[in-house]
Design a protein around this ligand. Structure first.
Ligand SMILES: Cc1cc2nc3c(=O)[nH]c(=O)nc-3n(C[C@H](O)[C@H](O)[C@H](O)COP(=O)(O)O)c2cc1C
Length: 142
């Protein structure tokens, strides 16, 4: 059975909750979901995978979290060409700029970003966000 890895960074739990919703979609499609925090996770583990998901909230000033997630994403970008990647995350007060930039970064690296910048939500995921995240999980598992 296919396994889809979902790697996330989250400080207050919103993006972590989103990761569980992506996992729900993966499992609904009949695959196994592996949900892991980026802390201590080696990017090389994703190298041989065809599809995976990455989650990070808007941090700093419309950027990825800089201590752990940004260096991790830099590593992933090196082998992202040809991969199907789902990107998701929570934000507080912005307009999703961090996600637009992140999608572009991964597309420039040659990845297909499933759902583009769609899988974002303000603060905690509501029912509408859950629907999008479950859909994303299903697409990843296809
Ligand atoms: C240090 C810091 C910087 C942030 N910068 C932004 C930002 O630039 N734009 C934005 O919309 N939200 C920003 N936020 C809000 C978070 O993205 C928001 O609270 C999000 O829900 C946190 O997700 P988490 O619970 O997964 O950590 C920031 C929050 C913190 C703590």
């Amino acid at each position: 059975m296919a396994q889809i890895t979902i790697v996330y960074y989250s400080e207050t739990g919103n993006t972590e909750a989103m990761a569980s919703m992506v996992a729900k979609g993966v499992e609904a499609a009949g695959a196994t979901a592996k949900v892991v925090s980026v802390d201590g996770f080696d990017a090389a583990e994703l190298k041989e995978e065809v599809a995976f998901a990455l989650g990070c909230p808007a941090m700093g000033d419309e950027v990825l979290e800089e201590g752990t997630m940004e260096p991790f994403v830099e590593e992933v970008a090196k082998f992202a060409a040809g991969k199907k990647i789902g990107l998701f995350g929570s934000y507080g007060w912005g307009d999703g700029e961090w996600m637009r930039n992140w999608v572009k970064q991964m597309q420039d690296a040659g990845a297909e970003v499933l759902g583009g910048e769609d899988a974002i939500c303000c603060d905690a995921p509501d029912d509408e966000a859950e629907e999008k995240l479950v859909e994303l999980g299903k697409k990843l598992a296809e």
